[in-house]
Ligand binder design. Structure first.
Ligand code: PLP
Length: 394
């Protein structure tokens, strides 16, 4: 009997140690973590530089009152602004991705005075709050698959797609570039995203990029929005920013910050700009830069995708392999011979943790940028065998 409240499926309860992409259970058995926790440990579990930064900062001061942000917070905001490309903007460190997105939405509503936000219906934004609920009074959710019938948006009929959107009432487009929260790894089409961004700007609205999952190199660039020709005004970060430590951030352009501060904006939460989280974020950014991990992750991810595409070409059970950088998915055809749940459990048995999304028949892979190519090759071999066995049964 477990005393852990069941908020999720619980599959295994005895991981006791982690090192880079490896998790070890209480018997000493090694597993390869192709999910990076929940898409968070971009530099691998327990990266020595991040561990050292935590230890060093713990010795000094880990938490301060909100009236006393430290020089470290100032430096860490400057680092985030630089990688996002906001130069003289402003930002704040918070605790979770949900909190960062919710804060960004609040900020956008305050500065534009318009209560309605636009997002894609497949985007996951937050666990709670306005962004979590996406209620119709506050959100216009666009399904880019069916918004103008069939594959209109994906097929390029962008104007028809835009025609039903009440842009004059929308203050912000909250864009999640991975289409990833729903787990399906379906990237929103560029021409649609760019057309929406132009219309939003024309109506003096803001573009909020939710980079909680797609940020910090996950998609082969620093940020997922960089795959599109758009200029966000506000960016929310989490997950990879802390490499497993719970720190998130919201940064915004200087004009947005000015408008927000002029409106006497207050936000009460105990862990804002905590020195410990700031030290972690600073070290993660420096480590990603120094090791060129985003370039490396992009190259290794391209090889991984090529391997998944080979499985697609070889196996009739595979519908599609897709991905960007180290955010990859393998969609199976619905079949009695092999469900994604069964593939997931067989991979677990062989020592691999992967994402399992039955609703979309998708297996998902988000390993650390630091993963060894050999571990990817071995996973691909295991997948090949699992698919082959299932196909032979048929
Ligand atoms: C795209 C996206 N946005 C926001 C969140 C929320 O982040 P958190 O779980 O840290 O609150 C998630 C979490 O999976 C996410 O995938």
């Amino acid at each position: 009997m477990t005393r852990i409240l069941k908020c999720h499926d619980i599959v295994k309860t005895d991981f006791v140690r982690a090192d880079n992409c490896y998790l070890y259970d209480s018997t000493g058995r090694r597993y390869v973590d192709f999910e990076s926790g929940i898409w968070s440990t971009a530099l691998g579990h327990g990266h020595p530089r991040v561990q050292q930064a935590i230890r060093a900062q713990m010795e000094k001061v880990s938490h301060l009152g909100t009236r006393y942000p430290s020089a470290l917070a100032e430096e860490a905001v400057a680092d985030v602004l630089e990688i996002v490309g906001f130069g003289d903007g402003k930002g704040v460190f918070l605790s979770s991705g949900s909190e960062a997105v919710e804060f960004a939405v609040l900020a956008a509503r305050r500065t534009t005075g318009k209560p309605l936000c636009l997002t894609f219906s497949s985007s996951y934004l937050a666990a709670y709050g306005s962004a979590g609920g996406k209620r119709a009074e506050e959100w216009f959710a666009l399904d880019w698959n069916v918004c103008a019938g069939g594959d209109a948006c994906a097929g390029g009929d962008v104007e028809r797609c835009l025609s039903g959107i009440p842009f004059e009432r929308i203050g912000a487009f909250v864009f999640e570039p991975g289409g990833s929260g729903s787990g399906f790894v379906r990237f929103p089409p560029g021409d649609l995203v760019e057309a929406i961004a132009r219309r939003i700007k024309r109506e003096q609205g803001l573009i909020v990029a939710n980079e909680v999952t797609t940020g910090m190199g996950r998609t082969g660039k620093w940020f997922g929005f960089q795959h599109y020709d758009i200029q966000p005004d506000v960016v929310a970060l989490g997950k990879g920013l802390g490499n497993g430590y719970p720190v998130s951030a919201v940064v915004m352009r200087s004009d947005v910050a000015e408008r927000l501060e002029a409106g006497d904006f207050h936000y009460a939460q105990s862990h804002q700009n905590d020195p410990l989280g700031c030290a972690v974020a600073k070290e993660v950014i420096a480590t990603l830069r120094d090791g060129d991990w985003i370039g490396i992750g992009n190259a290794v991810g391209a090889g991984f995708l090529a391997g998944l595409r080979q499985l697609e070409a070889k196996h009739t059970l595979v519908k599609e392999a897709r991905g960007r950088g180290m955010l990859l998915g393998l969609e199976l055809h619905p079949s009695d011979r092999l469900s994604v749940q069964s593939a997931y459990l067989q991979l677990l048995e062989r020592g691999y943790l992967v994402g399992c999304y039955p609703a979309g028949h998708v297996l998902r892979f988000d390993p650390a940028l630091t993963i060894d190519r050999e571990d990817i090759d071995h996973l691909l071999e295991s997948l090949d065998r699992i698919l082959e066995d299932a196909e032979q049964q048929g």
